[in-house]
Design a binder for this molecule. Structure first.
Ligand code: ZN
Length: 251
């Protein structure tokens, strides 16, 4: 089975379209989507439609929860709060109901999906400290835990026998081809594919992962897209200009 892992699409239809186009040559069997499919960008309904057409396995992120009123918007900064109110107004009854049905975590074959951390998913914490990484991996009952939220790609390999991190990969070259140990008795992996629609690692190209679960290889890929159009649509929609500007620099 070949999986495409998409996270933090953030209503960026230009980025999502470019990624799906690039994935056409990859013989993907299943699409897994790690939350924050909406919020910030100008095309929430269209992005949800594309994911539905793909039959993607989806979970909720903090932006879905905020749109549904399940998360206090006081938790967000001004630009994010404005985007949440705007997004909620763009979505119809059917779309909001679809968001309401999304779970906070899901299991699909060898993968467990969570947006922030797996051990406390409803807190939507940024998984940045080693202690959180280990708590999430210890809560994970499958070989891999797939997370998003930080918009920065990373792969962590954890040795359960030695109870320590064996590898932490952040460099683009190393992330482009990772050989995975498939023995789930001994190993756990944390994989953040980065963000499709609002990368924050200093590169504007859409970020996502491809995992081949037969040969157990993993690749974080980047795809350039029409950033200028996505940014212009954000401005034209009356959304905060900084949400457009940051796409250009990938921050
Ligand atoms: Zn996000």
């Amino acid at each position: 089975m070949r999986y495409a892992i998409l996270s933090d699409i953030h209503a960026n239809l230009e980025a999502l379209t470019a990624v799906l186009e690039a994935l056409k040559a990859e013989r993907i069997d299943r699409y897994l989507c790690l939350g924050d499919s909406v919020g910030y960008g100008a095309d929430p309904a269209a992005c949800l439609g594309r994911l539905q057409e793909l039959g993607a396995v989806m979970i909720a992120g903090n932006h879905e929860w905020a749109c549904l009123g399940k998360l206090d918007v006081g938790w967000f900064n001004d630009a994010a709060r404005a985007a949440i109110t705007w997004t909620r107004d763009q979505l119809g009854f059917v779309e909001l109901n679809a968001l309401r049905r999304l779970p906070l975590t899901a299991t699909e074959g060898p993968f467990t999906l969570a947006h922030g951390t797996l051990h406390q998913p409803s807190r939507f914490e940024y998984l940045v400290e080693l202690g959180q990484v280990i708590d999430t991996l210890r809560a994970c009952r499958t070989l891999m835990c797939l997370v998003g939220h930080t918009h920065v790609p990373v792969v962590v390999e954890y040795d359960r026998t030695k109870q320590k991190v064996a590898r932490m990969l952040t460099e683009p070259r190393k992330l482009s081809d990772v050989q995975v140990h498939e023995d789930a008795q001994r190993w756990r992996y944390l994989v953040n594919p980065g963000s499709v629609g609002q990368p924050r690692d200093g590169r504007p190209e859409a970020s996502y992962a491809i995992i081949d679960a037969d040969g157990w290889r993993l690749a974080i890929r980047r795809t350039a897209y029409d950033v200028a159009t996505a940014a212009r649509k954000i401005r034209d929609a009356g959304l905060p200009a900084l949400l457009a500007d940051r796409l250009l620099v990938g921050r």
